[in-house]
Design a protein. Structure first.
Length: 246
């Protein structure tokens, strides 16, 4: 079976691997029944464009009790007194674009702002895979997305994790995340062989469990350039140049 290079296609393919299923938040194609049932089960969901990039078009829908709902998009928050009302509003924002609905992960926070991580994995000279960078993405105040191009702040992963995990344990935890990123890339490359790099977006919940939010087939290298320490960025560029020569 061929899986499309869309959020839905990549989710479905990754979901065929028993090893990865525990890391995948429930995700479905967005329609009225799917949004309603997932909202009833989880209390909060994200709605994402199937073909979107950079965090654009993402909405968060929360059930706040007594038949009321809260819809957040960008800096805007609106409340609705019925599911019909809020679904009409999000349908209007979605327009003709295909959307997915995904279980909302309660993200770890740094100074009261949520963050997630990007794991960069690239082909090496032996056509295997190496993790070349791990970076944190801190959401802008009052925004629901962490993406750099939507105002998120790139930061060292260790700094964001420091309030939650102690020193020695933190280093081991990051190594586990790298192992996860490499394994996911090896699995994805069987279905998407032409891509020389993958960017795995990982959410860490309040129990320190990692969740794979998305696998990017054309991950942005400039994210790593923003860090004061340029060593990861230089390594990522050297791998990219090597891939162009091969």
């Amino acid at each position: 079976m061929v899986y499309a290079n869309t959020k839905w296609g990549k989710y479905c393919y990754l979901n065929t691997g028993e090893r990865w299923k525990p890391y995948l938040p429930q995700t479905q194609r967005a329609n009225r029944a799917a949004v309603r049932s997932m909202l009833k089960r989880w209390g909060a969901v994200y709605l994402k464009p199937n073909n979107g990039t950079g965090g654009h078009g993402i909405m968060k829908l929360t059930r706040i009790g007594n038949g009321w709902y809260k819809l957040r998009s960008g800096y805007t928050t609106r409340t609705y007194r019925s599911f019909g009302g809020v679904y009409s509003a999000l349908s209007s924002q979605a327009g003709r674009r295909s959307y997915l609905v995904q279980k909302a992960i309660p993200l770890l926070r740094y100074k009261k702002r949520p963050f997630d991580l990007r794991i960069m994995v690239q082909r090496n000279r032996k056509y295997g895979w190496d993790v070349t960078g791990v970076i944190g993405r801190l959401a802008r105040p009052k925004k629901i997305v962490t993406n750099y191009h939507s105002g998120g702040t790139p930061m060292p992963a260790g700094k964001l994790l420091a309030p939650h995990i102690s020193g020695k344990r933190r280093a081991g935890y990051v190594q586990e995340l790298k192992h996860l990123g490499k394994g996911v890339s090896e699995y994805m490359s069987a279905q998407y062989p032409k891509f020389p790099a993958f960017g795995i977006d990982v959410a860490i919940d309040t129990n320190l469990k990692p969740w794979i939010l998305e696998v990017n087939t054309k991950p942005d290298k400039s994210l790593f350039k923003t860090l004061k320490n340029k060593s990861m960025y230089r390594r990522i560029l050297s791998y990219a140049r090597m891939q162009k020569r091969s």
